[in-house]
Ligand binder design. Sequence first.
Ligand code: CP
Ligand code: NVA
Length: 342
Amino acid sequence: MSIRPLPLHDVDLRGRDVLKEADFSRDELQYLIDLAAQLKAHKRQRTEEQLLRGRNIALIFEKSSTRTRCAFEVGAYDQGAHVTYLDPSSSQLGHKESAADTARVLCRMYDGIQFRGSAQATIETLAEFSSVPVYNGLTDDWHPTQMLADFLTMTQHLQRPADDISYAYFGDARSNMGNSLLVMGAIMGSDVRIAAPKELWPSGEVQELARNRAATSGAQITLTDDPALAVAGVDFIHTDVWVSMGEPVDIWDERISLLRPYQVNADVISSTGNPATKLMHCLPSFHDMNTVVGQQIAARTGMVDGLEVTDSLFESDVNICWEQAENRLHTVKAVMVATLAD
Ligand code: CP
Ligand code: NVA
């Protein structure tokens, strides 16, 4: 397999950190998405070439994860690299050792460092003090590897480029997924609509960043608190949990009452007027009562058919979240290959 150079691209990301979408040009992000598509095809055909043999990658998780951790681990193994998983209880980070000191140690042992945690400032510090690439596996502000998967999913599903795709995001729009879907779409030239109560819109700074990037890419940006205004004709509706990791239980009631009108259900999908509209969700999702938290929410709210999305819609063919989840692997692998391969 010949991975570099890809046709149509003159991009070299070797040694780069992946901290947030806005650090990248449209061509660089497209390169990662195209590389992921190529790696996905080679894995399916069992023709994948290992370009990361002998590399070691540290995976620091302050918060829990299924997809991101597995994507980094399987992606690394597929490419011949090794990983070390570090959780808060098995590392000194944050308790006895600063991010700066941790970075200065790990970069002498590892070729790359993945970090998932709360503060964007922590990963920015890790990157400042690390001589090897640092990857953001989610912070409170951004989820860049998820964005690569979401754009691979949308462009492959429709077989159309990102600047010919429209999507709406329903939910808590000042959290990682809302910020990232707004800014990534702005960079890539998409038609992006945010549907959320005004209290939960992205900050003025994030909105300004999105509008600046949209001015270059030709993206259309809409922020509205009226779900009906957001959905006309859209190709995809994205949603996310209404309360993110690290948020206290005592905000549940206020958050749910704010977001109840933004639940994605069959009526929302049909109100797009586009019979091909698909549902996307980064997961995990509170769509049923088969989890401890799902049961607690149902008992508290009486919402027994799901929270951010109804169970019936989640379980329907409208939902393409499994393809989206698989694409976490191919895109995370692309990030590691692009930044670490010779
Ligand atoms: N979507 C996502 O980041 O999933 P995990 O929290 O399981 O990693
Ligand atoms: N907003 C969610 C995303 C999970 C992938 C959270 O931060 O918990």
